[in-house]
Design a protein around this ligand. Structure first.
Ligand SMILES: CC(C)(COP(=O)(O)OP(=O)(O)OC[C@H]1O[C@@H](n2cnc3c(N)ncnc32)[C@H](O)[C@@H]1OP(=O)(O)O)[C@@H](O)C(=O)NCCC(=O)NCCS
Length: 268
Protein backbone atom coordinates (compact mmCIF):
# COMPACT_ATOMS: atom_id res chain seq x y z
CA UNK A 1 0.00 0.00 0.00
CA UNK A 2 1.24 3.49 -0.78
CA UNK A 3 1.52 5.49 2.46
CA UNK A 4 -1.39 7.90 2.66
CA UNK A 5 -2.68 6.84 -0.75
CA UNK A 6 -5.36 4.31 0.16
CA UNK A 7 -5.37 0.62 -0.66
CA UNK A 8 -3.20 -0.96 -3.30
CA UNK A 9 -5.41 -2.41 -5.98
CA UNK A 10 -5.41 -5.54 -8.03
CA UNK A 11 -4.15 -4.69 -11.45
CA UNK A 12 -0.50 -4.96 -12.19
CA UNK A 13 0.08 -3.40 -8.78
CA UNK A 14 2.24 -0.57 -7.60
CA UNK A 15 5.93 -1.33 -7.66
CA UNK A 16 7.36 -1.76 -4.19
CA UNK A 17 10.66 -0.39 -5.47
CA UNK A 18 8.95 2.86 -6.29
CA UNK A 19 8.12 3.35 -2.64
CA UNK A 20 11.76 2.99 -1.79
CA UNK A 21 12.46 5.81 -4.25
CA UNK A 22 14.24 4.85 -7.42
CA UNK A 23 17.11 7.25 -7.83
CA UNK A 24 19.95 7.94 -10.21
CA UNK A 25 20.56 8.87 -13.83
CA UNK A 26 19.27 7.30 -17.03
CA UNK A 27 21.01 4.06 -17.86
CA UNK A 28 20.78 1.95 -20.98
CA UNK A 29 19.06 -1.35 -20.44
CA UNK A 30 21.16 -4.32 -21.54
CA UNK A 31 18.13 -6.55 -22.00
CA UNK A 32 16.39 -4.47 -24.61
CA UNK A 33 15.20 -6.57 -27.52
CA UNK A 34 13.78 -5.37 -30.79
CA UNK A 35 10.76 -7.18 -32.13
CA UNK A 36 9.19 -6.82 -35.54
CA UNK A 37 5.89 -8.29 -36.55
CA UNK A 38 4.41 -8.20 -40.02
CA UNK A 39 1.38 -9.70 -41.65
CA UNK A 40 -0.92 -8.72 -44.46
CA UNK A 41 -3.74 -7.57 -42.15
CA UNK A 42 -1.77 -6.10 -39.25
CA UNK A 43 0.44 -3.03 -39.06
CA UNK A 44 4.05 -3.73 -38.14
CA UNK A 45 5.19 -2.80 -34.66
CA UNK A 46 8.42 -2.67 -32.80
CA UNK A 47 9.32 -2.61 -29.14
CA UNK A 48 11.65 0.01 -27.78
CA UNK A 49 12.47 1.78 -24.55
CA UNK A 50 10.12 4.47 -23.27
CA UNK A 51 10.90 8.09 -24.14
CA UNK A 52 9.43 11.20 -22.52
CA UNK A 53 7.57 12.02 -25.76
CA UNK A 54 5.56 8.77 -25.26
CA UNK A 55 3.97 10.01 -22.05
CA UNK A 56 0.58 11.04 -23.42
CA UNK A 57 0.16 7.67 -25.16
CA UNK A 58 1.21 5.72 -22.12
CA UNK A 59 -1.17 7.63 -19.83
CA UNK A 60 -3.99 6.96 -22.29
CA UNK A 61 -3.13 3.26 -22.45
CA UNK A 62 -3.18 3.05 -18.67
CA UNK A 63 -6.51 4.89 -18.30
CA UNK A 64 -8.28 3.06 -21.12
CA UNK A 65 -6.88 -0.33 -20.12
CA UNK A 66 -8.23 0.06 -16.59
CA UNK A 67 -11.56 1.69 -17.55
CA UNK A 68 -12.48 -1.26 -19.75
CA UNK A 69 -12.71 -3.49 -16.66
CA UNK A 70 -15.51 -1.41 -15.13
CA UNK A 71 -18.42 -3.24 -16.89
CA UNK A 72 -17.04 -6.67 -15.88
CA UNK A 73 -16.61 -5.46 -12.30
CA UNK A 74 -20.18 -4.16 -12.34
CA UNK A 75 -21.59 -7.50 -13.57
CA UNK A 76 -19.56 -9.36 -11.02
CA UNK A 77 -20.96 -7.09 -8.31
CA UNK A 78 -24.52 -7.64 -9.59
CA UNK A 79 -24.11 -11.41 -9.46
CA UNK A 80 -22.98 -11.53 -5.85
CA UNK A 81 -25.61 -13.12 -3.60
CA UNK A 82 -25.43 -10.19 -1.17
CA UNK A 83 -26.10 -7.73 -4.02
CA UNK A 84 -29.03 -9.80 -5.27
CA UNK A 85 -30.43 -9.92 -1.75
CA UNK A 86 -30.10 -6.13 -1.51
CA UNK A 87 -31.61 -5.58 -4.97
CA UNK A 88 -34.58 -7.86 -4.33
CA UNK A 89 -34.94 -7.82 -0.57
CA UNK A 90 -34.58 -4.04 -0.17
CA UNK A 91 -37.49 -3.11 -2.45
CA UNK A 92 -39.61 -5.96 -1.06
CA UNK A 93 -39.05 -4.72 2.49
CA UNK A 94 -39.88 -1.16 1.41
CA UNK A 95 -43.03 -2.39 -0.32
CA UNK A 96 -44.15 -4.25 2.78
CA UNK A 97 -43.44 -1.29 5.06
CA UNK A 98 -44.70 1.56 2.84
CA UNK A 99 -47.08 -0.25 0.49
CA UNK A 100 -45.66 1.87 -2.36
CA UNK A 101 -44.56 0.11 -5.55
CA UNK A 102 -43.12 3.38 -6.78
CA UNK A 103 -40.88 3.75 -3.73
CA UNK A 104 -39.74 0.15 -4.05
CA UNK A 105 -38.98 0.59 -7.76
CA UNK A 106 -37.11 3.86 -7.19
CA UNK A 107 -35.03 2.25 -4.45
CA UNK A 108 -34.13 -0.61 -6.79
CA UNK A 109 -33.21 1.71 -9.65
CA UNK A 110 -31.13 4.00 -7.44
CA UNK A 111 -29.00 1.03 -6.40
CA UNK A 112 -27.77 0.46 -9.96
CA UNK A 113 -25.84 3.75 -10.35
CA UNK A 114 -24.49 3.22 -6.83
CA UNK A 115 -23.18 -0.20 -7.87
CA UNK A 116 -21.71 1.28 -11.07
CA UNK A 117 -19.93 3.87 -8.95
CA UNK A 118 -18.58 1.12 -6.70
CA UNK A 119 -17.37 -0.80 -9.75
CA UNK A 120 -15.72 2.25 -11.28
CA UNK A 121 -14.11 3.89 -8.28
CA UNK A 122 -11.28 1.42 -7.58
CA UNK A 123 -10.06 1.41 -11.18
CA UNK A 124 -10.10 5.19 -11.34
CA UNK A 125 -8.42 5.41 -7.94
CA UNK A 126 -5.78 3.00 -9.15
CA UNK A 127 -5.04 5.13 -12.22
CA UNK A 128 -4.84 8.28 -10.06
CA UNK A 129 -2.48 6.58 -7.62
CA UNK A 130 -0.22 5.19 -10.32
CA UNK A 131 -0.02 8.57 -12.04
CA UNK A 132 0.99 10.17 -8.75
CA UNK A 133 3.56 7.49 -7.89
CA UNK A 134 5.68 5.29 -10.17
CA UNK A 135 4.23 6.64 -13.41
CA UNK A 136 4.45 10.29 -12.40
CA UNK A 137 8.02 10.19 -13.68
CA UNK A 138 8.56 7.01 -15.68
CA UNK A 139 12.12 7.90 -16.62
CA UNK A 140 13.08 8.32 -12.98
CA UNK A 141 11.11 5.32 -11.70
CA UNK A 142 12.01 2.81 -14.41
CA UNK A 143 14.95 4.05 -16.45
CA UNK A 144 17.35 5.39 -13.87
CA UNK A 145 18.80 2.03 -12.80
CA UNK A 146 20.13 -0.78 -15.01
CA UNK A 147 17.92 -3.40 -13.32
CA UNK A 148 14.59 -1.81 -14.28
CA UNK A 149 13.04 -0.72 -17.55
CA UNK A 150 9.89 0.49 -19.30
CA UNK A 151 9.13 -0.43 -22.90
CA UNK A 152 6.56 0.62 -25.43
CA UNK A 153 5.31 -1.05 -28.60
CA UNK A 154 5.17 1.43 -31.44
CA UNK A 155 3.15 1.04 -34.62
CA UNK A 156 2.80 3.68 -37.32
CA UNK A 157 4.35 6.30 -35.02
CA UNK A 158 1.83 5.61 -32.27
CA UNK A 159 2.45 3.92 -28.96
CA UNK A 160 0.12 0.90 -28.91
CA UNK A 161 1.45 -1.10 -25.98
CA UNK A 162 3.51 -0.79 -22.84
CA UNK A 163 5.06 -2.72 -19.99
CA UNK A 164 7.39 -1.94 -17.10
CA UNK A 165 9.72 -3.99 -14.93
CA UNK A 166 11.30 -3.32 -11.55
CA UNK A 167 13.35 -5.52 -9.25
CA UNK A 168 11.44 -7.05 -6.36
CA UNK A 169 12.65 -5.34 -3.23
CA UNK A 170 12.26 -8.11 -0.65
CA UNK A 171 15.26 -8.75 1.61
CA UNK A 172 13.80 -12.11 2.70
CA UNK A 173 14.10 -13.46 -0.87
CA UNK A 174 17.16 -15.58 -1.56
CA UNK A 175 16.95 -14.97 -5.29
CA UNK A 176 16.78 -12.03 -7.65
CA UNK A 177 13.31 -11.41 -9.04
CA UNK A 178 11.79 -8.89 -11.39
CA UNK A 179 8.20 -7.70 -11.24
CA UNK A 180 6.21 -6.92 -14.35
CA UNK A 181 3.93 -3.86 -14.25
CA UNK A 182 1.39 -2.00 -16.35
CA UNK A 183 1.03 -4.36 -19.31
CA UNK A 184 -1.49 -2.82 -21.66
CA UNK A 185 -2.21 -2.91 -25.39
CA UNK A 186 -4.41 -0.50 -27.31
CA UNK A 187 -7.82 -2.06 -28.04
CA UNK A 188 -7.39 -1.59 -31.80
CA UNK A 189 -4.12 -3.51 -31.77
CA UNK A 190 -5.14 -6.52 -29.69
CA UNK A 191 -4.73 -10.17 -30.63
CA UNK A 192 -1.64 -9.46 -32.74
CA UNK A 193 0.79 -10.90 -30.23
CA UNK A 194 1.92 -7.47 -28.95
CA UNK A 195 1.36 -8.35 -25.28
CA UNK A 196 3.22 -11.62 -25.73
CA UNK A 197 6.13 -9.76 -27.35
CA UNK A 198 6.18 -7.23 -24.49
CA UNK A 199 6.18 -10.02 -21.91
CA UNK A 200 8.98 -11.81 -23.74
CA UNK A 201 10.93 -8.56 -23.66
CA UNK A 202 10.56 -8.49 -19.87
CA UNK A 203 11.51 -12.17 -19.58
CA UNK A 204 14.61 -11.68 -21.69
CA UNK A 205 15.56 -8.59 -19.70
CA UNK A 206 15.14 -10.54 -16.46
CA UNK A 207 17.33 -13.27 -17.82
CA UNK A 208 20.00 -10.77 -18.84
CA UNK A 209 19.85 -9.47 -15.28
CA UNK A 210 20.44 -13.00 -13.93
CA UNK A 211 17.03 -13.05 -12.28
CA UNK A 212 15.55 -16.37 -11.22
CA UNK A 213 11.94 -15.38 -11.77
CA UNK A 214 9.48 -12.77 -12.99
CA UNK A 215 6.42 -12.12 -10.85
CA UNK A 216 3.26 -10.14 -11.41
CA UNK A 217 -0.19 -9.50 -9.98
CA UNK A 218 -3.44 -9.45 -11.86
CA UNK A 219 -7.07 -10.03 -10.90
CA UNK A 220 -9.98 -12.38 -11.45
CA UNK A 221 -11.66 -9.62 -13.49
CA UNK A 222 -8.84 -9.49 -16.05
CA UNK A 223 -9.71 -12.70 -17.85
CA UNK A 224 -7.70 -12.00 -21.00
CA UNK A 225 -4.60 -11.26 -18.95
CA UNK A 226 -5.13 -14.43 -16.91
CA UNK A 227 -5.34 -16.53 -20.04
CA UNK A 228 -2.36 -14.75 -21.58
CA UNK A 229 -0.05 -15.28 -18.58
CA UNK A 230 -1.06 -18.91 -18.21
CA UNK A 231 -0.55 -19.57 -21.92
CA UNK A 232 2.97 -18.18 -21.60
CA UNK A 233 3.91 -20.46 -18.73
CA UNK A 234 3.30 -18.23 -15.72
CA UNK A 235 2.14 -20.21 -12.72
CA UNK A 236 -0.29 -19.08 -10.10
CA UNK A 237 1.35 -18.82 -6.68
CA UNK A 238 -1.59 -17.59 -4.67
CA UNK A 239 -4.37 -15.11 -4.32
CA UNK A 240 -5.37 -12.45 -1.87
CA UNK A 241 -7.65 -9.50 -1.30
CA UNK A 242 -5.89 -6.17 -1.56
CA UNK A 243 -8.29 -4.47 0.85
CA UNK A 244 -11.63 -4.85 2.65
CA UNK A 245 -13.49 -3.41 -0.30
CA UNK A 246 -11.98 -6.01 -2.63
CA UNK A 247 -13.12 -8.74 -0.24
CA UNK A 248 -16.61 -7.26 -0.17
CA UNK A 249 -16.95 -7.38 -3.95
CA UNK A 250 -15.06 -10.69 -4.32
CA UNK A 251 -12.32 -9.02 -6.30
CA UNK A 252 -9.31 -11.28 -6.04
CA UNK A 253 -5.69 -10.34 -6.68
CA UNK A 254 -3.93 -13.27 -8.33
CA UNK A 255 -0.18 -13.69 -8.01
CA UNK A 256 1.87 -15.29 -10.78
CA UNK A 257 5.45 -16.37 -11.19
CA UNK A 258 7.49 -17.32 -14.23
CA UNK A 259 10.56 -19.33 -13.32
CA UNK A 260 13.38 -18.51 -15.67
CA UNK A 261 15.42 -21.38 -17.02
CA UNK A 262 19.11 -21.13 -16.21
CA UNK A 263 21.21 -19.37 -18.83
CA UNK A 264 22.62 -22.75 -19.96
CA UNK A 265 19.12 -24.06 -20.73
CA UNK A 266 18.63 -22.12 -23.96
CA UNK A 267 16.37 -19.29 -25.12
CA UNK A 268 12.92 -18.30 -23.86
C1 LIG B 1 -4.28 -8.35 -21.70
C2 LIG B 1 -3.81 -7.60 -22.93
C3 LIG B 1 -2.52 -6.88 -22.59
C4 LIG B 1 -3.56 -8.62 -24.08
O1 LIG B 1 -3.01 -7.92 -25.18
P1 LIG B 1 -2.91 -8.53 -26.66
O2 LIG B 1 -1.84 -7.82 -27.38
O3 LIG B 1 -4.25 -8.58 -27.28
O4 LIG B 1 -2.44 -10.03 -26.36
P2 LIG B 1 -1.78 -11.00 -27.43
O5 LIG B 1 -2.27 -10.70 -28.80
O6 LIG B 1 -0.31 -11.01 -27.20
O7 LIG B 1 -2.42 -12.37 -26.99
C5 LIG B 1 -1.69 -13.33 -26.41
C6 LIG B 1 -2.59 -14.33 -25.69
O8 LIG B 1 -3.51 -13.69 -24.83
C7 LIG B 1 -4.70 -14.41 -24.76
N1 LIG B 1 -5.74 -13.55 -25.32
C8 LIG B 1 -5.60 -12.42 -26.05
N2 LIG B 1 -6.79 -11.88 -26.33
C9 LIG B 1 -7.70 -12.70 -25.78
C10 LIG B 1 -9.12 -12.68 -25.69
N3 LIG B 1 -9.83 -11.71 -26.25
N4 LIG B 1 -9.73 -13.66 -24.99
C11 LIG B 1 -9.02 -14.66 -24.41
N5 LIG B 1 -7.68 -14.73 -24.47
C12 LIG B 1 -7.04 -13.77 -25.13
C13 LIG B 1 -4.49 -15.65 -25.60
O9 LIG B 1 -3.95 -16.64 -24.74
C14 LIG B 1 -3.44 -15.18 -26.58
O10 LIG B 1 -2.66 -16.22 -27.05
P3 LIG B 1 -3.01 -16.86 -28.51
O11 LIG B 1 -3.10 -15.72 -29.46
O12 LIG B 1 -1.85 -17.77 -28.75
O13 LIG B 1 -4.31 -17.57 -28.32
C15 LIG B 1 -4.88 -6.60 -23.42
O14 LIG B 1 -6.11 -7.26 -23.53
C16 LIG B 1 -5.04 -5.37 -22.53
O15 LIG B 1 -4.31 -4.40 -22.67
N6 LIG B 1 -6.02 -5.39 -21.59
C17 LIG B 1 -6.30 -4.22 -20.73
C18 LIG B 1 -5.22 -3.95 -19.71
C19 LIG B 1 -4.99 -5.16 -18.82
O16 LIG B 1 -5.90 -5.76 -18.29
N7 LIG B 1 -3.70 -5.49 -18.67
C20 LIG B 1 -3.27 -6.58 -17.83
C21 LIG B 1 -2.69 -6.04 -16.58
S1 LIG B 1 -2.32 -7.32 -15.41
Amino acid sequence: MVPGEGPKLWTCGLPEAWHKGVQGGLALSPGLRYFRHRSLSMAPYHIRKYQESDRKWVVRLLSQGMAEHIPATFWQLLKLPRTLILLLGGPLALLLVSGSWLLALMFSLSLLPALWFLAKKPWMDYVDTVLRTDMSDITKSYLSEPDSCFWVAESEEKVVGMVGALPVDDPTLKEKRLQLFHLSVDSEHRCQGIAKALIRTVLQFARDQDCSAVVLDTSNIQLTALSLYQSMGFQKTGQSFSCMWARLVAHITIHFIYRLPSSQAGGL
